[in-house]
Design a protein around this ligand. Structure first.
Ligand SMILES: [Fe+2]
Length: 403
């Protein structure tokens, strides 16, 4: 059995997946907005189809070292799912149920590359290989992720409709059974009882590609033995981008890290509590007002040229690796986190540069420091101070300030 990863360069060309649209046309017209369907088998995807042509359900599941999920509809139209070992999934599949191999090693890299090229953040990409036989159905539901499907074997019919009941959902849901709390909370119209009349039917055959944006209703039925690759992107929302940045900024303030002792079953004196909460909320509102956008999102290549002021990145930490010589060069690391990255830089810093780095790391997150002041503080030339600050900026410990 072939076990090589699908990493040929032509397979990760985004335009092979959005053909006949260019990547830019797909991004502008479809991504996170409306479905995209291409029924043909563009020549550019032929290498993938050729590989999966030869891959049986047996091989897919026996070669899988991850999670497998089997699903089957209940008599009342709901979908039951169970996580089982891959070999057990094969038995369920043989018994006519849908089996799904999650994050299969052979498609993991392909999913990440394709979805990143389409606009996804790589850390939020997952993949599924769905195996089903004639008559297998997935009842009407929506997902809180963007999904790109490539049919590789057999035929499957999809019905896809816009969602008038909920906008930008943060949980997956069907129309019966356990409706998640967040879905009930955010409903703006009752859930439909069946596939909406506005649904469009897509027949997927090998080479067919369907993009289903987050929230769109969809239901499927296999018209024969079917194998499809599903790439999912857990849509990054403004909540995901901004809240961690605000939290990191507040966490730098010991007041916010204090125990909320007044909150609990023994709470007395609501007026005291109100005062404390009001102060914190005023502080939160000030922090939010003053937070530069780049704390939430680093704009690539948008850093000011020849900056004169710097400030500590509230989402970064500096530490020494092991014991360091007081005077010699010592290894330090900077770890920076945001919704987009978990980045660690390893630095070799001499004693004066190290002192400067620790001083910058101890600044208040709201403070901006001029390179000239840093130079004076450490008794070095402004050019030397800037050189160190630039190294620290590249390591993301500090950021060039815009003002
Ligand atoms: Fe789905």
């Amino acid at each position: 059995m072939q076990t090589a990863k699908l990493d040929a360069p032509d397979l990760v060309d985004a335009e092979a997946w959005t053909w006949p649209l260019s990547g830019a046309e797909f991004a502008d017209g479809h991504w996170t907005k409306v479905p995209f369907f291409e029924p043909g088998a563009p020549a550019r995807l032929a290498p993938i189809l050729k590989i999966f042509d030869r891959w049986t359900a047996d091989e897919i599941l026996t070669a899988h070292d991850g999670k497998a999920i089997v699903s089957f509809p209940t008599p009342d139209g709901d979908l039951m799912t169970a996580v089982v070992p891959p070999l057990q999934a094969l038995k369920f599949y043989g018994g006519g149920m849908t089996a799904c191999a999650t994050n299969h090693a052979r498609v993991r890299d392909l999913a990440r590359d394709v979805m990143t090229a389409l606009g996804a953040h790589p850390a939020r990409v997952e993949s599924n290989i769905y195996l089903s036989s004639r008559g297998c159905r997935t009842p009407l539901h929506f997902d809180c992720s963007e999904s790109v499907v490539l049919q590789v074997q057999g035929r499957k019919t999809w019905r896809v409709a816009p969602n008038e009941s909920i906008a930008a959902p943060v949980r997956n849901s069907g129309i019966t059974g356990d409706i998640p709390f967040e879905v009930r909370r955010d409903l703006r119209a009752p859930l439909p009882r069946d596939v909406p009349a506005s649904a469009i039917t897509y027949e997927l055959e090998p080479g067919g590609i369907l993009y289903v944006p987050r929230g769109f209703w969809h239901a499927t039925e296999s018209d024969g033995d079917s194998v499809s690759l599903h790439f999912h992107y857990q849509t990054l929302t403004w909540l995901d981008v901004i809240l961690p940045a605000i939290r990191a900024r507040l966490e730098c303030d010991p007041k916010w890290r204090e125990a909320a002792r007044a909150v609990g079953p023994r709470t007395h004196g609501a007026s005291t509590l109100n005062g404390e909460v009001a102060t914190l909320l005023a502080n939160l509102s000030k922090a939010a007002r003053e937070m530069p956008a780049e704390d939430a999102f680093e704009f690539p290549g948008d850093s000011p040229l020849a900056p004169t002021r710097y400030r500590r990145n509230p989402m970064a930490a500096l530490w020494a690796n092991g014991a360091s010589e007081d005077d010699g060069v010592a290894a330090c690391s900077v770890q920076a986190r945001s919704s987009f990255l978990d980045f660690t830089a390893h630095l070799e810093l001499d004693a004066p540069s190290r002192a400067l780095a620790y001083w910058m790391a101890s600044r208040d997150v709201c403070e901006t420091v001029a390179a000239s002041d840093v130079a004076r503080q450490f008794g070095v030339s402004e050019g030397d101070a800037r050189d160190v600050l630039e190294v620290l900026a590249a390591a993301r410990l500090v950021r060039a300030a815009r003002t």
